[in-house]
Design a protein around this ligand. Structure first.
Ligand code: PLP
Length: 428
């Protein structure tokens, strides 16, 4: 498989080059040259396949012979070593729980796959790399845990000071070793801008051997397609009719991966793009105008993104047609108050604890299914305990802790929102 840039000016590359570069030179995003259709035999066997077996079938066509099958299967077995259950919430609504990994959010899947593929390639060519990443919360912790102690790779994480939860901060600032966290005096969009600028600075990106681990890296995004197949493999065949999948979204990597799974032949009838008040994409679906804006802070903070990076991939998949995109995807946007009310209501009605991100996805699905028949799955992207400050007051109960870091020291470094300072730091 070859990879091209959505801007069409950068050279076509291999999977390995796309993974190493992260971002093409023309500032687009890498996309696979075509989306392979999986054979009928795979879909017939789907219910009997394990998660890593599904993973091998899904990823193999995208990687070709660049990673030997046996190594790829090992990478996938390590990446997907936790369960991703489909849990019934009400009659026709299911939650795909993506939060049973080490950092209790779906980003573990992409981060662990990327770490292990990068490590495979870098060990082969004896080269030390620096992974540079901006985070609004969960990316940083997943990347930090995914790369921790991986040989030949240093990780530098930029996060907005005071804008992520204490739990998220602890997960990425207490590790040390090859993981450095820079606490930027600015917003998530500032962090993302600094990272983009670093990659576009040829001197810096070559000397520091920079690579990206954001959802813009193709090795972060593609493996997220795997769990859409796994979700459907857990549904009884008769319920697969008219299936709608609701994706609580920020940078839209997860939704893009779902669209790719659909193009590979997975019978998904419709997608919902659900956001908090950062509604750039739902507004685009409604109006055909794309208006990037500054992000607004919400309780579903991993989705506080005003200019989603994977939107260009979505456009690319629909040949830049607003009409085609809006036929396949409906957008919804919700306030914090609606999100909180939903956490309360679903707990009292269905005895299910939503996190604020999952609640946004649930809300969209509930609204869509009022006028449409069929089955709905929403992605539960984070463990509610990660956002217990928002969840516990609504359910009026204490959640069982999943992890504590009380005794660990933060090793984060306070840092100015200044590209030249960052460049100096990375070249030190
Ligand atoms: C990152 C994240 C999202 C948004 O995912 P995208 O792929 O960026 O759209 C949603 N929920 C949680 C918990 C996240 O960490």
């Amino acid at each position: 498989m070859k990879y091209y840039s959505t801007n069409g000016k950068a050279a076509i590359t291999s999977f390995k080059e796309a993974v190493f570069k992260g971002l093409p030179d023309d500032n687009g995003l890498y996309m696979p040259e075509y989306i392979p259709k999986l054979p009928d035999s795979f879909f017939e066997n789907l219910p009997s396949l394990s998660l890593p077996e599904i993973g091998l079938n899904v990823m193999k066509p995208f990687i070709g012979d660049e990673i030997p099958d046996e190594t790829l299967f090992n990478i996938l077995s390590e990446t997907l070593s936790f369960k991703i259950p489909l849990v019934s919430v009400s009659d026709n609504i299911f939650a795909l729980e993506l939060f049973h990994g080490p950092t209790f959010a779906f980003k573990d899947v992409g981060a662990r796959f990327l770490a292990r593929s990068l490590s495979y390639f870098s060990q082969k060519q004896h080269e030390k790399l620096t992974v540079l990443v901006a985070t609004s919360g969960d990316t940083g912790s997943a990347v930090a845990q995914g790369f921790y102690d991986v040989p030949n790779i240093d990780v530098v994480i930029l996060y907005p000071s005071g804008k992520i939860s204490r739990f998220q901060e602890q997960q990425m600032t207490t590790l040390g070793k090859n993981i450095t966290a820079l606490e930027i005096d600015g917003t998530f969009d500032d962090c993302q801008r600094l990272v983009k600028q670093a990659f576009l600075d040829t001197e810096l990106s070559e000397k520091a051997k920079l690579t990206s681990a954001n959802s813009i890296n193709i090795a972060r995004m593609l493996p997220q397609s795997i769990y859409y197949f796994h979700a459907i493999s857990q549904l009884a065949t008769e319920t697969v009719e008219e299936l709608t999948i609701s994706v609580p979204s920020g940078n839209y990597g997860n939704l893009t991966a779902g669209l790719i799974a659909q193009r590979m032949g997975l019978p998904i009838h419709h997608f919902l793009a659900c956001s908090n008040v950062n509604s750039t994409v739902p507004d685009y679906l409604e109006s055909a105008d794309y208006n990037a804006r500054s992000s607004i802070q919400t309780i579903s903070n991993a989705m506080d993104v005003g200019d989603p990076s994977n939107f260009v991939r979505m456009l690319d998949l629909f040949g830049n047609s607003h009409q085609k995109m809006s036929e396949s995807i409906s957008g919804y946007s919700y306030s914090d108050e609606e999100t909180r009310d939903t956490i309360k209501k679903v707990y009292s009605d269905n005895n299910y604890v939503l996190d604020p991100h999952g609640a946004v996805g649930y809300l969209g699905l509930k609204q869509y299914l009022q006028n449409h028949s069929g089955t709905g799955i929403f992605l539960e992207t984070a463990h509610p305990y990660k956002f217990k400050e928002s969840v516990e007051p609504e359910i009026e109960a204490s959640l069982t802790p999943v992890l504590t870091f009380e005794d660990l020291d933060s090793k984060s470094i306070p840092f100015e929102n200044d590209f030249n300072k960052l460049k100096e730091y990375l070249l030190r």
